[in-house]
Design a binder for this molecule. Sequence first.
Ligand SMILES: N[C@@H](CCC(=O)N[C@@H](CS)C(=O)NCC(=O)O)C(=O)O
Length: 373
Amino acid sequence: MGNITLYGFDFSLYTGRVRSYFIKAGLSYSERATNSRYFWKNVLPACSGKLTLPTIETESGDVIRDGAAIIDHYEEKGGHQFSPVAPKQRLLSLLFDVVGAEGLLRPAMHYRWDFPEENHAFLHLHFAAVMPKRPDTDALAEAQMQKMRDACQRFGAVPDTAHLVEALYLELLDKLNAHFKTYPYLFGGKPSIGDFGMIAPLFAHLGRDPKPLSLMQQRAPHVFRWVERMNRAEADAWEFESNDETYLIDDTIPDTLIEVLAQIAIDFVPETKAASLCVNEWQRDQPEHTEVPSGVGNGIGVGTFKVRDTTITAVVQPYRFFLLQRVHEFFDSLNAADKDEVEVMLRACNMHEVLNLRIDRKIGRRNNLEVLL
Ligand SMILES: N[C@@H](CCC(=O)N[C@@H](CS)C(=O)NCC(=O)O)C(=O)O
């Protein structure tokens, strides 16, 4: 049996989530680009022809497309080692996974695409590196970059919202910085599914592109250290007193984490509400097994919502609910006393409404695609 092959790019948001998981789980993998004949002939057809990163080939040759599905596969195999067992931590871990994979795309895209003076040369280098080597490689890279710039706008990062997007992100950095000053990871001394979700936007875009990287290093050095730590096999937590690589005991949720969630709720809750209405409307007439769009900025409509007097119109990606349904399923499985405790906690950070933001149909997976059930 060989290694895992991880098809992904160093500048890809979702690749960063799986790479970090592999590193922390001690799984041996080789990272490759998608530009080989082998990939197009053997791997892509096993994804029903859908190309998104990350995609992997397991040690035994199975192909898995989608970061959540890849992590699920290894969590299952490894005894759910990165899924806290205690109810509040488990639920928040799942919620942070949604926030990271879906809820922070606006600042991630804004800080990548709206600062050309600082970022353009760096981004061009990376986009050109993964294009076919031809006389027009630079033009191909620019065309692909323009597609991503357009996607950035679809997420609602436009000149009219830039001030708000930046204000919310700077406040979030401050809250995260206060948390990671005291704790190496979200729930103590060990990363969780929620940490892997959050590393998606906070590594490749917000913790690596020149403009947001320097912002993070200067304003939120403890967040920067967490980003580094998430990409290292060892705990890398020398600045903390305790070296325990465990979750906090007694289902403790630090106040600093409640503050982080309250900050995220400011746009995550109204956006999810607007998206749920849009997805419910769309899916009503869709046949069973309709494919749910995947890929950056590909959605089924737009949602409009207001945050601090600014109106945001953003693409609706039903994938948000593919991940959110895990939060709902876990909540529904709890006994009455645990449900009460979770609700009290979610109320404290203005996230309680999320428990009721459900779509009418479930999203599952079939032939390596997310589909409506
Ligand atoms: N739900 C997928 C999303 C993956 C995704 O969108 N990846 C980006 C790169 S970071 C991609 O492949 N984009 C191609 C496209 O937008 O067409 C996952 O979590 O793996």
